[in-house]
Design a protein around this ligand. Structure first.
Ligand SMILES: NC(=O)c1ccc[n+]([C@@H]2O[C@H](COP(=O)([O-])OP(=O)(O)OC[C@H]3O[C@@H](n4cnc5c(N)ncnc54)[C@H](O)[C@@H]3O)[C@@H](O)[C@H]2O)c1
Ligand SMILES: O=C(O)C(=O)C[C@@H](O)[C@H](O)[C@H](O)COP(=O)(O)O
Ligand SMILES: [Zn+2]
Length: 371
């Protein structure tokens, strides 16, 4: 597989394409103008991505007759904040973009989530294009329309659903992504196998080295991930049911991100998801829902690829189990005060578990806390 792969997100009159392949950033103007003729643009990006990939996109849009406004922000999770939101909103308005123009997110999930939120609220909703440059953004965050910023009290607590008009995943951009960030994105790839695609998880166990080294296996893994996500989003856009499955590993993972104050030097999102998925499998085994062998298999794969898989792998000390539990109670899946977790009956057999007893969660956190 070397050309461009297209995956459709089937949302009726708001359906859009995900294009996956090398060289798409430099073709930005042509591909965007085809869907949004004559749209003026503002590009939102971060400093790392700007240094590596902004030039060809600006050149393409300028040559197409519409030089873009550029909004550059510091890299990292702390950029998903009210301060950054204010900057982006103000700069879009200052550039006099209209509703029918387009805001482009060029970057990882941080830039995508923040930019999508800004596009969702400026002029009550503007066109928005995702140009994901991290593995995590290409396989997950650029698809499905969840946008937002963090609160110190919990992850992604402020945001809106706002779908992009187009996703352009330039796989050549991954050549400049640091290995730690590639690994973090891989956690969300493995997630799709663990949710309901056991064959995909087994394929990853055999082929992960090729996915990491690039070439056809990498594009195959990205395309499979996008298909898996597009399927769920098309049947449950606003997470009233099945979409919650995409949260496998996130109830624990988001609590750990908040508990480390979104300090990317200690923990980035995909690493939190890796630890969270291992914990979700271990917790399922503790509740006699799944075999401990399956939990061990997940932990072994995460360890093999170099991802953290237990709380003890996070550098520095963590707040105690009660404080971690307090973050869990802010999870968006909580309903009438009852906890919802994504648990599992085995590899690729995840399910939505409502009314999970708080006492079980607290005991489990105490048993697994590094001390
Ligand atoms: N909306 C969703 O559905 C969804 C899904 C998953 C994750 N998320 C969110 O996504 C965020 C994590 O995204 P992320 O892992 O992409 O983090 P990120 O945006 O912080 O990017 C990771 C790092 O890689 C750098 N980078 C990105 N692309 C690069 C490239 N091509 N070359 C060099 N450096 C590059 C960035 O500057 C950053 O330092 C979290 O905030 C998470 O909550 C959202
Ligand atoms: O798209 C979804 O739905 C997901 O849950 C994907 C997750 O990987 C992602 O991290 C998402 O932002 C988490 O959603 P949240 O609603 O728990 O904030
Ligand atoms: Zn995630």
């Amino acid at each position: 597989m070397t050309g461009t792969v297209t995956v459709e997100v089937g949302l009726g009159d708001r359906a859009y394409d995900i294009l996956i392949g090398p060289g798409l950033i430099a073709r930005g103007a042509e591909l965007i103008q085809k869907r949004l003729p004559k749209a003026r643009t503002a590009i939102v990006t971060d400093e790392n991505v700007a240094a590596a990939h902004l030039g060809p996109l600006v050149e393409s849009l300028t040559a197409g007759g519409n030089p873009p406004a550029v909004i550059k922000l510091p890299a990292g999770e702390k950029t998903k904040s009210f301060d950054s939101l204010e900057t982006v909103v103000d700069q879009i308005i200052a550039a006099r973009l209209e509703r029918g123009d387009a805001v482009i997110a060029l970057g990882g999930g941080v830039i995508g989530d923040l930019t999508g939120f800004a596009a969702g609220i400026v002029r009550r909703g503007m066109n928005f294009v995702q140009m994901p440059t991290s593995l995590l953004a290409q396989v997950d965050s650029s698809v499905g329309g969840k946008t937002g910023i963090n609160s110190l009290r919990g992850k992604n607590l402020i945001g809106v659903f706002h779908q992009p008009k187009l996703v352009l995943a330039d796989t050549a951009a991954l050549d400049t992504l640091p290995l730690r960030e590639f690994r973090a994105g891989y956690a969300e790839v493995a997630k799709y196998g663990l949710i309901d695609r056991p064959d995909f998880f087994a394929w990853l166990e055999s082929n992960w080295q090729e996915v990491f080294s690039g070439g056809p296996a990498r594009i195959e893994a990205i395309a499979q991930s996008c298909r898996a996500k597009a399927d769920v989003v098309a049947r449950d856009e606003f997470e009233t049911g099945d979409r919650a499955l995409l949260n496998l590993g996130h109830t624990f993972g988001h609590a750990l991100e908040a508990a480390t104050a979104y300090d990317g030097a200690r923990l980035v999102h995909g690493e939190g998801v890796a630890i969270g998925m291992a914990l979700a499998h271990r917790f399922s085994a503790r509740l006699n829902l799944a075999s401990p062998d399956d939990a061990a298999r997940v932990e072994a794969h995460l360890r093999d690829v170099g991802l953290p898989w237990r709380m003890a792998d996070i550098p520095g000390s963590l707040p105690d189990a009660d404080a971690l539990f307090n973050f869990i109670t802010q999870d968006k899946k909580v309903s009438r005060g009852a906890l919802t977790f994504i648990l599992t009956r085995g590899i690729g057999q995840s399910f939505i578990a409502k009314d999970v007893p708080a006492s079980e969660v607290i005991s489990f956190l105490k048993e697994n806390h590094p001390g």
